[in-house]
Design a protein around this ligand. Structure first.
Ligand SMILES: Cc1cc2nc3c(=O)[nH]c(=O)nc-3n(C[C@H](O)[C@H](O)[C@H](O)COP(=O)(O)O)c2cc1C
Length: 205
């Protein structure tokens, strides 16, 4: 049973959450977990202006995903930073290249799940995940979120990401805040949850 974690991360927050997702998914017996990045669409000079070059270097060891790889997975967990309350352009471009898979119904019956990160607490995490789900439904994914059995999402003693729609982290205005222990626990829970449902489904249709 193959769990693919596909993400874009500009400054490393989603990258860190993706690692936690993988840790959780690996706890499920029989799960082969693969981490992949979607292709970059911004030129180097723009990444430099956005102060992203150092963070990008720390992720170069993660292979870049091809759309065909999606068809080899039983479950796909997508990670994207929030951009104006939606997924980032890099992820959108990657998904817009999956028309051939859609035509063949190649993703129908696979488990799909989403996590995100945003600068601010109410900056669109839920809208990013929910609007992402629309694309997954068009492709026939069976959508899985982060149930309230992950009790960490009930916390109000500290600022935290995480909703029934999926794990998330709050990066802060300058991006200085890295995922908290509670947010990483949410990611591990979601990864484990997705993998266990994929195992129960016994592979994609
Ligand atoms: C063009 C652009 C749009 C953004 N839009 C939002 C937004 O709507 N809400 C928000 O809270 N943060 C927004 N951010 C901040 C990013 O979500 C934040 O940098 C990201 O979650 C950090 O994750 P990463 O390090 O994995 O890239 C935006 C950033 C950029 C560059």
């Amino acid at each position: 049973m193959r769990v693919l974690i596909v993400y874009y991360s500009m400054y490393g927050h989603i990258h860190r959450m993706a690692q936690a997702m993988a840790e959780g998914a690996k706890e499920v017996r029989g799960a082969e977990v693969v981490l992949r990045r979607v292709p970059e669409t911004l030129p180097e000079e723009i990444l430099e202006k956005m102060g992203a070059v150092e963070a990008q270097k720390s992720m170069v060891h993660i292979p870049v995903c091809t759309v065909e790889e999606l068809a080899t997975a039983d479950a796909v967990i997508f990670g994207t930073p929030t951009r104006f309350g939606n997924m980032c352009g890099q992820m959108r471009q990657f998904l817009d290249a999956t028309g051939r898979l859609w035509k063949k119904g190649a993703l129908v019956g696979k488990v799909g799940s989403v996590f995100t990160s945003s600068a601010t607490q109410h900056g669109g995490q839920e809208s990013t995940i929910l609007t992402f789900h629309v694309t997954l439904l068009h492709q026939g994914f069976v959508i899985v979120g982060l149930p309230y059995t992950f009790e960490g999402q009930m916390r109000i003693d500290e600022i935290t990401g995480g909703s029934p729609y999926g794990a998330s982290t709050i990066a802060g205005g300058e991006g200085a805040r890295m995922p908290s222990e509670n947010e990483l626990a949410a990611a591990r829970f979601q990864g484990r949850h997705v993998a266990s449902i994929a195992a129960k489904l016994g592979g994609s249709s």
